[in-house]
Design a protein. Structure first.
Length: 644
């Protein structure tokens, strides 16, 4: 429902309304919530759609859908509750805060939620997993008797209906089902989608005479050791100072508005859990036919970029459909081992590739130095988690950026930057500068831990000076995390407004169409531009505003799923270690005191319920006291300080 409201806010073509959505559109048109002009539906200027925020004293604010639109004050809520999707009529001519009245409650922002059975007041009750409040859906007394205390259910919030039992909260295997079900994510694809994915034949060069044949070039892929979907391959021609970035040509297989495309739009992103992935595309495509596997011909969309090695600028670039034949699939560890002199070439192909990577590394190192003069190098810690076959946490380790990661990153950044320069309207990846108010709060917080905050001529200089102090204090990751939290969230947008974090005037996502729908749209747009096909270009762009907003929301969903899954694994680990003491670092002292464990397990976030006089980023000893498995919340007390 929210996707429909987003599209109607920005304007949506009649051709893009699904049969299920058509009945709502017809009804709202009759009620004059909508206007129709040239086969495009849009909300009447008197009406707004949005999500009802926190209810206080029978009033709330409507978080209006759309950019740069102020929230509306709602006074008479009726039966509406926080989280409801609302169509509201603006109250014009009133002084003070912009306000509106509810025209209609059309659903819930979260279409699905999770409930479980608890035993309270000598009887079973079905309650929301995260609040313990009664949920709209109900089970009869007879149905409750059939289930055990702790049984977990997926609930349809639109219909207030219990859909299925996911398992029991005591079983670690239920965690994955919980995090996926709340956003209606699933691994399986419908038979119609699989049928299309299986219908494609292996690549035969003779069937693609219009593609540029690059199979003789020494392309190679460099990915994590566990990767199966190889989006990108690179080749460096040192003699001509030319970088080739070949990207899986997903758009050659997935055409707009078919069943496969609809499923890709719905998912928008692949989801990566510690033990497996939930792909955006069927594995027949994502891990096989589209994946740039070694020693086989593959369709690719290639950016060819000639660099001026003195200025480190791209002198000229072109993007085109090609055939490639990757010579080798490397993992990051292998390339790092080569750079350290611990790995030697085993054949002529590897010898040529290693030689070119050595020369390319010098170029990308220089590109990074130049990039960081305007952009930022944030060191927030990423945790890699290992879980066993029973879905219990086994170990963690902090991921580190190595030379091989840095090399690939700057190759991809260069291609993404060049792609963004090809159009004025499309899918940009934007990151707006932080507000001065948020920066002042950041500066005050950092001054509280003893930093000397000097306001320089630019935000870049000020933050760089802070990062230097953080490095000297051994707090690089923690301070960078605070800096990131002070900034706006990166998102997708139809018009360019630059990327603050990277320091780029224009930026997009071009390099991962197997796992991001945004990149697939960029490929389609570039192909239309290169072909001079204005009709196809208009077709791609016709609902681009709504699409950009929708995939930004889908990205946040994917991130929530990945983060919550890890939080649930930490909670179960903590529950098995109650009463034990661990080293931790204080990460927040305002409102609530929080810490993060840095011990045999790293990254678990803990609420401190009883503490001494402690400071932000102080290293302490905590004792695990309680764990709420349902909410994945860990509580502890501080029992000592870590000796420095």
């Amino acid at each position: 429902m929210k996707s429909l409201l987003i599209r109607l806010t920005l304007g949506v073509s009649e051709l893009d309304i699904t049969p299920n959505e058509a009945k709502h559109v017809s009804e709202w048109l009759a009620k004059k919530y909508l206007t129709k002009k040239e086969n495009q539906y849009k909300f009447n200027s008197k009406y707004r759609a949005g999500t009802l925020g926190l209810v206080q004293k029978e009033t709330a604010y409507l978080n209006v859908i759309g950019e740069n639109i102020r929230d509306l004050f709602i006074e008479n809520l009726g039966l509406a509750t926080a989280g409801d999707l609302i169509i509201a009529k603006r109250l014009l001519g009133k002084r003070g805060t912009p306000s509106a009245q509810i025209a209609e409650v059309v659903g819930r922002e979260q279409s699905y939620s999770i409930a479980y059975i608890i035993f309270k007041d000598n009887k079973k009750a079905l309650v929301d997993l995260k609040t313990d409040f009664p949920i709209g859906a109900e089970l009869t007394s007879e149905e409750l008797d059939k289930y055990k205390t702790g049984d977990v259910f997926k609930v349809d919030n639109q219909e207030n209906k219990v859909l299925e039992c996911l398992g029991n909260i005591s079983d670690p295997l239920v965690d994955e089902k919980i995090v996926l079900a709340q956003f209606n994510k699933h691994d399986e694809f419908e038979e119609e989608v699989l049928k299309i994915a299986k219908s494609f034949e292996p690549v035969k060069a003779s069937e693609h005479p219009g593609r540029k044949d690059l199979r003789d070039l020494d392309f190679a892929t460099i990915d994590p050791v566990t990767a199966k979907d190889y989006d990108d391959a690179i080749c460096w021609d040192d003699e001509n100072s030319t970088l080739y970035v070949a990207i899986a040509d997903v758009s050659a297989y997935i055409k707009p508005f078919g069943a496969l495309d609809n499923e890709a739009i719905y998912r928008s992103f692949s989801i990566y859990l510690p033990h497996r992935s939930i792909p955006m595309l069927p594995r027949q495509l994502s891990e096989t036919l589209c994946s740039l596997q070694p020693h086989v011909d593959r369709l690719a969309y290639v950016f060819e970029m000639k660099l001026n090695l003195k200025t480190l600028e791209v002198e000229k670039s072109k993007v085109y459909e090609a055939l490639i034949h990757s010579k080798r699939r490397f993992n990051y560890e292998e390339i790092d081992a080569y750079f350290e002199g611990k790995l030697e070439a085993q054949n002529a192909d590897e010898e040529r590739i290693f030689d070119s990577l050595t020369k390319l590394r010098y170029v990308t190192d220089c590109l990074k130095i130049k990039r960081l003069k305007l952009g930022y190098d944030f060191r927030s810690t990423e945790i890699d988690m290992k879980i066993d076959e029973k879905s219990n946490l086994v170990s963690t380790h902090e991921a580190e950026e190595t030379p091989s990661h840095a090399l690939i990153e700057d190759c991809m950044l260069l291609a993404n930057k060049e792609a963004a320069a090809q159009f004025e309207r499309g899918i940009f990846r934007i990151h707006e500068p932080p507000s001065q108010n948020k920066l002042q709060i950041l500066y005050q917080e950092l001054a509280g831990i003893g930093m000397q905050i000097e306001i320089k001529n630019s935000t870049k200089e000020t933050i760089t000076n802070i990062q230097i102090q953080a490095r000297d204090m051994g707090l690089e990751s923690e301070v960078d995390t605070l800096i990131i939290q002070s900034q706006m969230q990166a998102r997708y947008a139809p018009l360019n407004s630059g990327h603050f974090g990277l320091g780029f005037e224009q930026y997009t996502h071009f390099t991962s169409p197997i796992r991001r729908y945004s990149d697939l749209i960029v490929h389609r747009l570039l192909k239309a531009i290169n072909a001079g096909d204005t009709e196809e270009g208009s077709y791609v762009l016709r609902n681009i505003e709504a699409l950009a907003m929708t995939i930004s929301e889908k990205e946040r969903e994917s991130s929530k799923i990945e983060n919550e899954f890890m939080a649930r694994k930490y909670a179960r680990w903590a529950n098995e270690n109650l009463g034990r003491e661990f080293k931790a670092r204080i990460t927040a002292t305002e409102v609530e005191v929080k810490a993060e464990i840095h011990d045999i397990i790293a990254g678990a976030r803990v609420l401190i319920t009883l503490n001494e006089d402690i400071a932000l980023f102080e290293d302490v000893i905590i004792r695990l006291e309680t764990v709420d498995i349902a909410r994945a919340k860990i509580s502890a007390i501080v029992v000592g300080k870590v000796d420095v």
